[in-house]
Every structure is written in C-alpha cells, then in structure tokens.
Write a protein that binds this ligand. Structure first.
Ligand code: SF4
Length: 222
C-alpha cells in the first residue's frame, strides 16, 4: 500500500532529471539570500570557521570568531600560543580540546606543505587534521572550487523527500546528487536546500502548503 503510494507520487511529479532544473530555479528565486552563514574575510578565516562549526551553530561560531580573528591572523599565530590558550579562546564553540588540537595540526601542515595558504583541492584539504570531507567540500565551494556537494542534515532530508536519492549515507547521497545537479550549481545547491530546509521543509513539520515545490515533490502533503 505504502509502496504503491510512493510509486504514484513519483509518477505524478515525473523523473528527477526533468525536475532538477525547475527545483533549482524556484529555490533560487525563493531564497535569493541563501549563502553561507559564517563570517570570514579570508580563506584562512573560512577554514577556521568551518572547522569550529562542528557540533555548534553558525551564530555561535561568528560570536567567537569576532574576537578570535583579531588575535589570530596567520597560521603562525595559532602556533605561537600554548594549546591551552587557544582552547580558552575557542571554548564557547564546544569540543574545544579536539578543535584546538585540529587547528594547530592544520596550521602546522599549512606552513609545512602549502606555504601557509589554504589549498583548493579536495584531496589536499582532507589531509588537514580535523578536516573531513564535508568541511573540505564547504571550504572548496566557498573558494569557488566546488568539487562535490555538501550533504548536511538538511541536504540529506530534502534530497530524500524530493526523490533525488534513496540513500541514507551522506557519501552515497552526494554521489547521487553530483550525477544529477549541473556542475555550476554544486555550490549554491547545498545552500538552497539548507535554507529551504530551515525555512519551509522542516524535519518534523514540513510546511508543504507554503512550499514552491509542491508539484515537483513526491513527498508533498498538499
Ligand atoms: S512539498 Fe513539502 S516535503 Fe516537499 S519540499 Fe516542499 S515542504 Fe518539503
């Protein structure tokens, strides 16, 4: 019964290859302001902000980095203080011991192997201590070098609801999405789904009645 309902819904909206463009267009109109919510002025500040954002909110990170970035301006600055001092300075972002350790390891590698610059290539970014694939994807996309699609909790949920992926694992979802989404849209696509997820397609109570995608979404309740 449930299965035939899903099949019906999929038939109603049509194949995903035909829906992806109008989905992107409508979301771009709806969330013209969709962008990364972290505040940064340089690739280094971007990298640090994304690393600090694990397990906390972007608002919280921005609050901490407002003063942090006045004190730490170069990779050397992060290594010039004792680890405990850095831990205190990032304490409010949580998991401060691990994050301080990762930041210092990352700064050391940036200096040793990348002339103190943040690399753009995904395979180089993921070599930095504490930089997993998701962090690397976010950084590369913001630096104009998207090499994948960021899959966070919102992107995961919306990709499933919109019938773009049947997978559960973020890596597999990303694999489905990069086959579907035009390359030039890889970076904005995540922001659009994240903002739509926050504003309309809530995890518990999706507001389908206010959604611009109802005729394109197999999970629509209206
Ligand atoms: S129609 Fe409903 S389930 Fe589909 S994207 Fe919109 S809010 Fe989410």
């Amino acid at each position: 019964m449930a299965r035939s309902y899903v099949k019906e819904a999929r038939k109603r909206v049509g194949p995903k290859r035909q829906r992806i463009r109008p989905v992107i267009e409508r979301l771009s109109e709806e969330h013209a302001d969709a962008a990364i919510a972290l505040t940064f002025r340089s690739p280094l500040e971007l990298l640090v902000s994304v690393m600090l954002s694990a397990q906390t909110t972007d608002v919280n990170v921005n609050r901490v980095t407002a003063t942090l970035f006045e004190k730490y301006r170069t990779p050397e600055d992060y290594l010039a203080v004792p680890q405990e001092e850095l831990e205190r300075d990032i304490f409010a972002t949580g998991f401060y011991r691990q994050k301080a350790k990762s930041l210092r390891g990352t700064m050391r590698l940036l200096l040793d192997e990348f002339d103190g610059e943040v690399p753009r290539a995904l395979e180089e970014l993921v070599r930095l201590p504490g930089v997993a694939r998701k962090t690397a994807n976010v950084v590369a996309a913001e630096l104009g070098a998207a090499q994948g699609i960021v899959v966070d909790t919102h992107v995961r949920r919306l990709s499933q609801r919109l019938g773009f992926s049947r997978e559960d694992d973020p890596v597999k979802i990303e694999r489905d999405l990069v086959r579907l989404v035009p390359r030039e849209d890889w970076a904005p696509f995540s922001h659009l789904l994240i903002w739509h997820g926050r504003r309309v397609c809530d995890a518990r109570r999706p507001r389908c009645e206010d959604c611009v995608l109802t005729d394109l979404c197999p999970s629509s309740r209206v």
